[in-house]
Design a protein around this ligand. Structure first.
Ligand code: SF4
Length: 347
């Protein structure tokens, strides 16, 4: 699949036109001949077609909304960062287990916020408040920010903003591969560029509309060559016949590709690895089956262990002995292929 997202329809808040980015985006989409119309608020967009939840979801994922982020407050983003940095909401991908499905609910359409200067100004203040400590911001807490970067350029500007912040750090994660425009950004090593990976068996079945693992691995090599601190999230990890060999091949192939691109003197100690085993809540299961009625996702409650979550709702995880086996396996693979990498967690 091409990693280039072209929306079917665009909505914009009239106030977005007060910002140069808003104006440029609206004019750009008009010139592309895309259906574009005003909307009162990026939080209440009406006029997206679709009769069933599945059709509505698909159409929303082809809809782009250009808006102004009004709240001056950033949500906290523990434990991976201090704050979320809101540049974009949602993404055009249709991963069946998307971690945003529950939070975005009926509003999975993609939003770009055009008041970037104001957003970065808020980040500056938050960095200042915590001096002399370092303050970390997560750019992918509510989105995959890469697919719309070719239109907005916001991610590059943000990366360069953090390049100028001695005590500010930025991180985000993506499944997309349209990274070329970010390779010459003056990041100064202050942005950690992470890729979400899974084996081909899983991506083909569940991550609709996203680039293949092969394409993501190639993009990660480019990012490494551009001297970014690099990381991988392998998630969600499934058990299926042959899972060990499939994941082993994925990690081996990643290591081979990176070794071709690594700048001289690079060692895997500058890399981070995160591992997340598959889990689901009852609410997520109901949402997923609403949008993907024929989903083949393994979501049988009776073979899983029910675990109370910190936010008051429980989730179904693999059995403890299965998780232990998975954890040992992944830590061993990491040791073989990326012996110095920092393992952030296995959950
Ligand atoms: S790429 Fe990420 S944000 Fe987009 S649908 Fe998939 S999991 Fe969700």
């Amino acid at each position: 699949m091409s990693s280039q997202f072209i929306p079917t329809r665009v909505f914009y808040e009239p106030a977005a036109l007060d910002y140069p980015l808003g104006k440029r985006l609206v004019e750009g989409f008009r010139q592309m001949g895309i259906d574009i119309s005003p909307t009162t608020s990026h939080n209440r967009v009406t006029g997206i077609p679709g009769k069933t939840p599945a059709a509505k979801y698909r159409e929303a994922k082809r809809t782009l909304v250009i808006g102004v982020r009004r709240s001056e407050k950033f949500q906290s983003c523990k434990p991976s960062a201090h704050y979320q940095l809101p540049l974009v909401t949602s993404c055009p991908g249709m991963c069946e287990y998307c971690y945003l499905a529950t939070t975005l609910g009926k509003k999975p359409y993609i939003r770009i916020y055009v008041n970037l200067e104001e957003i970065l100004e808020t980040a500056s203040k938050l960095i200042e408040e915590r001096l002399p400590e370092i303050t970390r911001f997560e750019g992918a807490a509510t989105s995959d920010p890469i697919p719309v970067e070719r239109y907005s350029g916001s991610l590059k500007q943000t990366i360069e903003f953090f390049g100028r912040q001695p005590q500010g750090r930025f991180r985000f994660v993506t499944k997309y591969t349209d990274v070329d425009s970010l390779l010459d950004a003056r990041h100064e090593g202050h942005t950690r560029f992470r890729f979400s990976l899974n084996c081909a068996e899983v991506v083909e079945k569940f991550e609709h509309g996203t680039p293949t693992p092969e394409e993501r691995i190639i993009a990660s090599g480019k990012v490494l060559q551009a001297n970014y601190p690099l990381g991988f999230i392998i998630a969600p990890i499934f058990r299926f016949p042959g899972w060990q060999e499939a994941y082993r091949r994925l990690i081996e192939h990643t290591a081979q590709e990176l070794s071709k691109r690594a700048p001289s003197g690079w060692s895997s100690e500058e890399m981070t690895l995160e591992f997340i085993s598959h889990r689901f809540t009852s609410r997520a299961k109901a949402n997923i089956l609403g949008v993907f009625p024929n989903s083949a996702l393994p979501m049988e409650e009776d073979v899983r262990k029910f675990k109370y979550g910190q936010f008051g709702y429980g989730k179904y995880v693999y059995q403890p002995e299965e998780i232990l086996e998975m954890k040992e396996f992944f830590l061993e693979q990491a040791k073989i292929y990326f012996p110095e990498a920092q393992i952030e967690y296995f959950i």
